[in-house]
Design a protein around this ligand. Structure first.
Ligand code: IMP
Ligand code: MG
Length: 183
């Protein structure tokens, strides 16, 4: 493995699996309440949001759909390239649907700004955003967020779907990557 493509080293647990589960349950109930008698389509953003989206989908527990979209904005080592690229598209039309984008984390806001613009051109009935983690201090592009799990400090986090060079997505807790061990 080349330099900078290793797993780094795990630091402290920032949000435990229990805290995540409780908050995801709350978000699911909030969405269920806000979308009474509607059938929202949850659009998870690959790959980081796979774990969150599947837990949230079950927590919403009402007739609703789940689809995925792939975007890539980060190069090796978790540094943003600044350019957002669509790597895989939805499998269904969202015209007239109540769409909720489900994302793992907002950092600069570029990925979400791109996705919002892209999906808005397809004429959904409504378009909302649910994000598990919000690194508020890093925001460069303002985007409206409808549901937030946790506001977190400016540290690189992994676990619960979030990765570093492809590692740690299957970690059950959300942990900080030890910055002294990152090249
Ligand atoms: P943004 O476009 O700068 O808002 O970046 C958002 C994307 O960057 C997320 O979808 C993540 O894939 C990735 N990202 C940002 N911060 C982190 C982090 O702390 N850990 C893991 N991935 C991150
Ligand atoms: Mg992501």
């Amino acid at each position: 493995m080349g330099q900078g493509l290793g797993p780094g080293r795990l630091g402290r647990v920032l949000i435990s699996r229990g805290e995540v589960a409780a908050r995801v349950g709350e978000l699911g109930r909030a969405i269920r309440r806000d979308y009474t008698k509607r059938s929202p389509l949850l659009v998870g953003v690959l790959k980081g949001a796979i774990v969150f989206a599947s837990d949230l989908f079950r927590a919403v527990s009402q007739p609703s759909g789940l689809d995925f979209m792939g975007v890539s904005s980060y190069g090796a080592g978790g540094h943003s390239s600044g350019i957002v690229r669509l790597t895989s598209d939805l499998s269904v039309s969202i015209e007239g649907r109540d769409v909720i984008i489900v994302e793992d984390i907002i950092d600069t806001g570029r990925t979400i700004a791109y996705l919002r613009r892209n999906l808005a051109t397809r004429h959904p009935r409504s378009l909302a955003l649910c994000v598990l983690l919000d690194k508020v201090a890093r925001r460069e592009v303002e985007v409206p967020v409808d549901y937030v799990g946790f506001a977190i400090p400016d540290e690189f986090v992994v676990g619960y779907g979030l990765d570093y060079n492809g590692f740690y997505r299957n970690l059950r807790d959300i942990a900080v990557l030890d910055p002294t061990a990152v090249s």
